[in-house]
Design a protein around this ligand. Structure first.
Ligand code: ADP
Length: 444
């Protein structure tokens, strides 16, 4: 059995459950990303565009003014602190706001401005004086739907007569109720019920249909089919938009099935490198010994902020208890916590209230570790059969070349793990120097 987990860069990893004890699902990690996100994710890549009609001119905008938005919407955008469109928005917004409307499939890692873009499209197409659902947005979970709704509320702060309603489980509306809100955000199952069983939404009046987090959506049983059933009942002039953080073949097939005649926009993610990272290892006998070595370098790692990785949840817990008993201030980020609790620990860490975070792989995949300058592998990431897990090593330690800071990485290595470490060194063609933990002067 394996579980899909989203990395911080939006890519998806399938993690075997017996490899790893903390398991986070895609939707939960996506939510975590949203809860802790503070700003746009940068990218040095160009946006790739595939137009449905290659002969039509391709517009891009450098300012929000160029979009000729309603006054109150522009005010909302500036009130959110946005100065100019993000990279993906530069290309996507003119297409999304074009007359006649154009369909769009857009893929870029989380944090690049997709949600803000489609919320803007919905708000600009809504007619506040018409009191029935006009925009429909599908999200994979209740919590993700609420997050999107918050963006609508923020951006639409000055669009006073525009209102949002949530088609999510638990929001019980009697059959045949006259819904007067213009924007509906919900999960596919409930939306389907609202449309066909309860007759609350007239799909033929929908102008903008958004399918968000398509990759998470297809990962959830039944959601693709629900979405397709909803989409089939939409009028042909309805604008259809699909967003995804990743683009495996499965997402692509689904997108093509559900979005007719689309324009396609892609922004490739930044590659991770180990170029700016000085890597060390300390050779140890056993776990207690690794612990001692960690304590020896503790003074050096707390100069900045550090994340310590353990392979299992138990190990992480053990290490946390030991360190706290020895008077070190550390906090534990564990998969046992709810997404909200995890977000709050990450927030404290980001605010500098915590200096050292102990965690397992899966948990940390949701964290933007840009500010972390020191990473400790208390356990080397290995797959079954002791084969090194190169990808996880890179994810823990690597930084994106252009935007990443310099960093330090320490590996606590039991003697029998040394061959695995050497394989990692060869694989990345980068040197990992041995360190004598008693003599920290060796760290340059
Ligand atoms: P995605 O949907 O791709 O994950 P979001 O739309 O949620 O990205 O944007 C990520 C973060 O960047 C959010 O905090 C959002 O408020 C902010 N953001 C989005 N667009 C802009 C912009 N043009 N300028 C500044 N910040 C932006």
């Amino acid at each position: 059995k394996s579980t899909a987990v989203r990395n911080i860069d939006g890519s998806i990893n399938n993690i075997k459950e017996d490899d790893e004890e903390d398991v986070v699902d895609l939707a939960a990690n996506s939510l975590l990303n949203k809860l802790i996100r503070q700003s746009l994710v940068e990218s040095s890549h160009r946006v790739e565009v595939l137009q449905k009609d290659p002969s039509s001119p391709l517009y891009s905008v450098k300012t929000f003014e160029e979009l000729r938005l309603k006054e109150e919407l522009l005010k909302g955008i500036y009130a959110m602190g946005f100065n100019r469109p993000s990279k993906i928005q530069e290309m996507a917004l003119p297409m999304m706001l074009a007359h006649p409307p154009q369909n769009l499939i857009a893929q870029s890692q989380s944090g690049t401005g997709k949600t803000a873009a489609f919320v803007l499209a919905m708000l600009s197409r809504v007619n506040a004086l018409e009191l029935f659902p006009q925009c429909l947005c599908l999200a994979p979970t209740y919590e993700l739907a609420l997050q999107t709704g918050r963006v609508v509320e923020q951006m639409g702060k000055f669009c006073v007569d525009v209102q949002v309603m949530y088609a999510i489980r638990g929001n019980r509306i009697p059959r045949g109720t006259d819904i007067t809100k213009q924007i509906i955000i919900g999960t596919p199952g409930t939306v389907l019920d609202w449309c066909f069983k309860l007759k609350l939404i007239d799909l033929t009046k929908i102008r903008v249909f958004v399918l968000d987090e398509a990759d998470v959506m297809i990962d959830t049983q039944g959601f693709s089919d629900h979405s397709v059933r909803i989409q089939r009942a939409l009028p042909s002039e309805c604008q259809m938009l699909l967003f995804s953080a990743t683009f495996e073949d499965s997402v692509w097939h689904f997108a093509e099935r559900i979005i007719p005649d689309p324009n396609v926009i892609k922004l490739r993610k930044e590659e991770l490198t180990l170029n700016n990272i000085r890597q060390y290892y300390v050779l140890c006998e056993h776990r207690k010994d690794k612990y001692q070595a960690l304590c020896n370098i503790y003074g050096s790692i707390t100069i900045g902020q550090a994340i310590i990785f353990c392979q299992t949840r138990q190990n992480a817990k053990w290490l946390t208890v030991e360190m706290i008993q020895d008077g070190h201030q550390v906090s534990l980020l564990s998969g046992e916590l709810t997404v909200e609790q995890r977000a709050s620990i990450i927030q404290r860490f980001r605010d500098g209230k915590e200096k050292v975070l102990i965690t397992t792989n899966v948990c940390a995949r949701g964290i933007d570790v840009k500010q972390v300058t020191i990473v400790v592998n208390f356990d080397l990431p290995v797959k079954q059969g002791e084969e090194p897990d190169y990808e996880t090593y890179l994810h823990r330690i690597g930084r994106t070349g252009r935007f990443g800071k310099k960093g330090l990485a320490f590996n606590m290595i039991e003697v029998d793990k040394l061959p695995s470490l050497m394989k990692i060194q060869d694989h990345f063609n980068s040197s990992i120097k041995q360190l004598n933990a008693e003599d920290m002067d060796e760290i340059e």
